[in-house]
Design a protein around this ligand. Structure first.
Ligand SMILES: *Cc1c(COP(=O)(O)O)cnc(C)c1O
Length: 373
């Protein structure tokens, strides 16, 4: 049995005919840039998310950069981010000479702590970036309320959570990435909706922001060769849009499979005393891009090594807080630490999670973990 973190080949084989046809059509059309596939996919993504506008771009990191460029903030303005996230969340902020202000996360949900956000707000704060880590929504209702109180933008880093949902206290349900002012999405192959390379998108309900994002993603122009803004060249290739157009139809099914696999892990790993299973917040419908354990006996690295010896892959997302990354030293005072972030960096371990997982594969993973001393 060959156990993988993600089985992209298995997923492809199930829809091979449809995908191959779409790819061939794209190749033969030679409309490789801004082909009709891109427009169609943008429309269907807009409908899927029930938002007003989707602008595709080259990757999720660019989506964040374009979003921040569109906000037209000033050098030195502060943007609040969780310290426990992928580096891309803070990268665009720093590149644009804004200041990423790192705050601690909730130790149960792994997502940015709303109390810590409020403590970090200063007169220079302009935006908050909630990251829906591992596929579960941050507490968006509380974050939007705080943002309203202080007049801040909210940019959702939805790279890991496309298709996840947030339940408001009045019962309204919205897809993550559509609640803040801008949502940033990634189609990296291992994300919930992955293409055959890099891809990304920006979504917003604000027509002015939408127009600026679209212009920025294509050299700051509305009309070819007339440049109103400084932009960049960040496009989703037609060939990736063709793949995504096919796969978007299956996204809800893919998420349901992930949720079912997660339930199987919950059911069978719940009695291990040294493991904490991922917390499901009441307000969230988790999309389980990752299934991430907390290993509480200080033996996380040993467990990972042991699993590796038994041919079971696992990944540590993420071993180092943002403030300990050499590239981000300038944004944190010496000896800066955040308690929950530190604990998580030392205890999290993500197990294989993908759309082709079977109970047979999971049984092997479960039995092996249970036999670890
Ligand atoms: C993957 C990811 C990104 C960046 O997406 P790319 O498409 O790889 O550039 C940003 N933020 C988070 C939290 C991610 O997981």
């Amino acid at each position: 049995m060959n156990i993988q973190m993600v089985d992209l080949k298995g997923q492809y084989l199930k829809i091979k005919e449809e995908i191959d046809l779409a790819l061939l059509e794209c190749i033969e059309s030679t409309n490789y840039i801004k082909g009709p596939q891109v427009k169609t996919f943008e429309e269907h993504l807009t409908n899927y998310l029930d938002t007003s506008c989707a602008i595709t771009c080259a990757n999720g990191t660019d989506a964040l950069q374009i979003a921040f460029m569109a906000l037209e903030l000033n050098q030195g303005d502060e943007v609040i981010v969780p310290a426990f996230t992928y580096v891309a969340t803070a990268e665009a902020i720093a590149l644009l000479k804004l200041v990423p202000v790192m705050v601690d996360v909730d130790k149960e949900t792994f997502n940015i702590s709303v109390d810590e956000i409020e403590k970090a707000i200063t007169s220079k704060t302009k935006a908050i970036v909630p990251v829906h880590l591992y596929g579960q929504s941050s507490d968006m209702e509380a974050i939007m309320k705080l943002a309203g109180k202080y007049g801040l933008f909210v940019i959702e880093d939805n790279a890991q959570a496309l298709g996840a949902e947030y339940k408001f206290s009045d019962g309204t349900i919205k897809k993550t990435g559509t609640i803040g002012h801008i949502g940033c999405h990634s189609f990296f192959p291992t994300k919930n909706l992955g293409c055959f390379g890099d891809g990304g998108a920006i979504t917003t309900n604000d027509p002015d922001l939408a127009e600026r994002c679209r212009m920025i993603s294509t050299h700051g122009q509305k009309r070819k060769y007339y440049h109103e803004l400084i932009g960049c060249n960040s496009r989703l290739d037609s060939i990736h849009a063709a793949v995504l157009e096919v796969k978007l139809k299956y996204l809800d099914k893919y998420i349901a499979i992930r949720q079912k696999a997660a339930e199987y892990y919950y059911k069978n790993l719940c009695d291990i005393p040294w493991v904490t299973l991922p917390h499901k917040a009441d307000y969230a419908v988790h999309s389980f891009n990752q299934f991430t354990l907390k290993v509480n006996n200080n033996k996380r690295d040993e467990l990972q090594q042991y699993l590796k010896e038994k041919d079971i892959p696992s990944i540590i997302y993420y071993p180092l807080p943002l403030y300990k990354q050499p590239a981000f030293q300038q944004y944190s005072p010496v000896n800066f630490t955040l308690e929950n972030t530190e604990v998580l960096c030392n205890s999290v371990l993500s197990l294989p999670m993908h759309t082709e997982l079977t109970e047979e594969i999971q049984d092997k993973i479960i039995h092996t973990i249970k036999a670890f001393q």
